[in-house]
Design a protein around this ligand. Structure first.
Ligand SMILES: [Zn+2]
Length: 291
């Protein structure tokens, strides 16, 4: 399941590949992939536009769309006079940049064909992925479900140790489930929460309010370290995630606890433990992350 670093890697690839080229046609093979507006409006809205820049917020991708009558005068990077294209990959969504001639997968849901003979293809096996076309007179945060309620980005100034402390105080729920809550902090999923808790030395089932000020600071630093490192390395190999170029990232080689149940802790040699928590797998070191 792609998390913030994987989605950011996809964004960088999309920015390199797709900007400034006219979109000739949007073809929708699975209607429910289009969350807004209707399939027909989605297709009409995208036709003849060009991406001026791709942005990311949490795990959402957002393309600003402009319109240019002349190839020699592409619209500016801030142009969104043709609205926005929103994408959420959810569990198994993949964006691939291919030539039109490339054979379709049985999981192909949407094809965005560009005038240079290339296309942006959305493949999604589990079909939870979503796409939105937001018309230029509307606010993406109001149209795209969940986007307007996102908490701060983990590497932003707003996500300070004081903010994390505020999140923790007066909350009884386990720290792991709080960190997975996109309204409290944007972009973390199972992989980076397990890794962050290890770096912070915090047991995943600890009630939020039980964390001391020192532990909050340590966890904050753990989150930023893990995300920064994953961004540098271009995402993970843990899941079906693929970069827009179709190649995997390489965070997988350096996981400290994620999917290492039974293997020795890289810090203390004790076996990493695996448990279920709120329907998800959870990996931690019982010594480095004491209860
Ligand atoms: Zn350990």
């Amino acid at each position: 399941v792609p998390e913030l670093p994987e989605v950011e890697t996809v964004r960088l690839g999309l920015n390199k590949a797709t900007c400034g080229i006219s979109m000739m046609e949007a073809e929708v093979l699975l209607a429910r992939t289009v969350a807004y507006p209707s399939v027909e409006q989605f297709q009409q809205g995208l036709q003849g536009t060009m991406v001026t820049t791709w942005m990311r917020r949490g795990k959402y991708l957002l393309a600003q769309l402009g319109r240019s009558p002349h190839k020699s005068h592409p619209p500016s990077k801030s142009d969104h006079t043709a609205g926005w294209l929103g994408v959420h990959l959810r569990m198994t969504g993949q964006l691939l940049w291919l030539t039109n001639a490339e054979p379709l997968s049985k999981h192909t849901r949407v094809r965005l064909r560009f005038e240079d003979g290339q296309e942006l293809r959305f493949n999604d096996q589990r079909t939870f992925g979503q796409m939105w076309w937001v018309p230029p007179n509307q606010d993406p945060a109001e149209i795209i479900s969940g986007l307007g309620r996102l908490g701060p980005e983990p590497l932003s100034a707003e996500f300070s140790p004081a903010y994390l402390g505020k999140v923790c105080e007066n909350r009884d729920r386990p720290i792991k489930t709080a960190l997975l809550d996109q309204t409290l902090i944007a972009g973390l999923g199972n992989i980076y929460v397990d890794e962050s808790l290890f770096f912070g030395g915090i047991h995943p089932t600890r009630p939020c309010r039980s964390l001391t000020l020192t532990e909050v600071k340590s966890l904050h630093s753990g989150i930023q370290t893990v995300i920064q490192k994953a961004l540098t390395e271009g995402g993970t190999t843990f899941s079906d995630f693929r970069q827009v170029t179709g190649t995997n990232g390489n965070y997988g080689g350096v996981a400290w606890v994620y999917r290492r149940g039974g293997e020795p802790c890289r810090n203390c040699q004790q076996p990493i433990q695996k448990m279920r928590m709120a329907g998800r797998s959870c990996h931690f070191c019982p010594v480095c992350q004491p209860l």
